[in-house]
Design a protein around this ligand. Structure first.
Ligand SMILES: *[C@@H]1O[C@H](CO)[C@@H](O)[C@H](O)[C@H]1NC(C)=O
Ligand SMILES: *[C@@H]1O[C@H](CO)[C@@H](O)[C@H](O)[C@H]1NC(C)=O
Ligand SMILES: *[C@@H]1O[C@H](CO)[C@@H](O)[C@H](O)[C@H]1NC(C)=O
Length: 437
């Protein structure tokens, strides 16, 4: 049975709108004068942050300072009619020193019936088909244009001003997990398929021995009370557990495609899986199955917990958040936007020092950035000139160390709340008749 992850809808998961990232800065200029030490903070066209790079000058980890974060491309998927979201994504990208390329989301109602996947597991709404198609379009484009790696954002992506520093340490983690050694082409190593950095729920693989990259006391890690998603990793091992601990880990299942990176190899595998095998499903479920079922490799997905990319929620009607539902894609001419629920203040979900909420400070050249939830976050504010993100270290965990996992495994099964909720949501979605055949 198809289980719709709870957040798949709630999320504003527009598939259609991808994210864009912004990156911050410190953009990389200056390719000529690299020596181990600090990447040059730069504020000419973006945020100023310190990134400590200790690797040698010839190590591609330095490329993470560039305008595409060490990936070949950053794509932001966005419905062409959501010009409002493109406005702020473009601004956030600019302030982060990022080059993002908008990719038009797909109106699922316009897909020819012959192009619809069959079989298809899951909701048949036009929004879900359109979202799936938009992601496959990117994979196809990567193969056609020989793009070896891409970071994909849905259009509500939001990130931390320290994204470059975060990704630099994330790359050390992906290298450790994949046993990467120099020389390598990608800063993240050359043996990965999907990097899940913007999920809304993820778990790990406590059923086997495994490697983790662990950073303690990372002030960009959101507090436990803000981790409102359903799917969580088993952290019942002391070395993995801490209120502000970030992990790089292999992913068993995940929810949401708000942002992820995919390699050319991953794109070709996902395209095969979704177009030539009978595995087509809503894109987040499809990718999650590639992680979990290990059709290609046991480490198809490597991710960060908590996530590195969060979501921006503009002030105003909440139903503007998502374009995935077909109804949201039909403008009623002459009508004002109607909504039962208004958000009075903009919000940034799952971030501590978000670009979105600090955009004016950044544009004003201010150097002190307040935390999203100062009363709970590890640091109330941060000075961009002096703050340096802590570095992770390798940790190897044996299966028997996950006491909680083993206890739960032996306990009687619990009723699945998430499944019930997903069914309710699925029922509430009106099928588009012409898509059904
Ligand atoms: C950033 O680095 C990656 C990896 O080396 C490279 O593929 C990409 O072209 C670079 N981006 C820019 C804008 O230079
Ligand atoms: C990395 O090396 C370790 C130790 O040799 C091995 O156990 C592990 O399976 C390797 N991981 C990958 C992804 O090759
Ligand atoms: C999507 O296509 C349908 C069918 O042609 C159309 O009614 C609808 O307005 C389209 N939505 C957008 C946002 O273009």
């Amino acid at each position: 049975m198809f289980i719709l992850p709870r957040s798949s809808f709630g999320l504003t998961f527009l598939c259609v709108t991808f994210f864009s990232f912004l990156v911050w800065i410190t953009s990389g200029h200056g390719g000529t004068s690299r020596s181990p030490g600090k990447a040059r903070p730069h504020s000419a066209d973006g945020v100023y942050t310190n990134v400590v790079v200790k690797e040698s000058a010839s190590d591609p980890i330095w490329e993470i300072q560039n305008r595409t974060l060490g990936f070949q491309k950053i794509y932001a998927v966005s419905m062409p009619h959501r010009t409002d979201k493109r406005d702020y994504l473009a601004l956030m990208a600019h302030m982060s020193g990022l080059d993002i390329e908008f990719i038009d989301g797909v109106n699922g109602s316009m897909m020819h019936p012959h192009a619809l996947p069959n079989p298809w597991g899951g909701d048949k709404g036009a929004g879900t088909y359109g979202c799936w198609r938009a992601h496959l379009d990117i994979y196809q484009k990567m193969l056609q244009e020989k793009i070896h790696s891409a970071l994909i954002f849905e259009d509500d992506a939001d990130w931390d001003v320290f994204l470059r520093a975060q990704l630099t340490d994330f790359a050390r983690g992906t290298r450790y997990l994949t046993n990467a050694t120099l020389p390598m082409l990608s800063p993240y190593g050359d043996d990965w398929d999907v990097l899940t950095i913007g999920h809304t729920g993820v778990d790990n693989k406590p059923g086997r021995d495994g490697s983790y990259w662990v950073t303690e006391n990372d002030p960009t890690v959101i507090v436990e009370s803000r981790r409102t998603w359903g799917r969580k990793p088993d952290l019942s091992v002391k070395a993995l557990n801490g209120p502000h601990t970030r992990l790089v880990h292999t992913v068993r299942k995940m929810t949401g495609t708000a942002s992820y990176a995919i390699s050319m190899r991953g794109a070709s595998r996902a395209l095969y899986d979704q177009s030539m095998m009978p595995n087509a499903e809503p894109i987040d479920v499809a990718l999650s199955n590639l992680c979990r079922q290990e059709r290609w490799t046991k480490d198809f997905c490597i991710g960060s917990y908590p996530m590195l990319i969060g979501r921006y929620r503009a002030a105003g009607p909440r139903d503007k958040d998502s374009d995935r539902r077909a109804e949201a894609n039909v403008a009623e001419p002459g009508s004002e936007h109607q909504s039962h629920s208004e958000r009075l203040e903009p919000e940034s979900e799952f971030t501590v020092f978000p670009v979105s909420l600090n955009i004016k400070r950044l544009m004003m050249g201010e150097m002190v950035i307040p935390a999203n939830v100062p009363e709970k976050d590890l640091l109330k504010e941060i000075d961009l000139r002096t703050f340096v993100l802590p570095e992770g270290k390798p940790v190897f965990v044996r299966t028997k160390e996950y006491q909680l996992f083993n206890q739960q495994r032996n306990a009687p099964p619990q009723p699945k709340q998430e499944e019930k909720k997903a069914e309710e949501i699925a029922k509430s979605i009106v099928p588009r008749r012409h898509l059904a055949s």
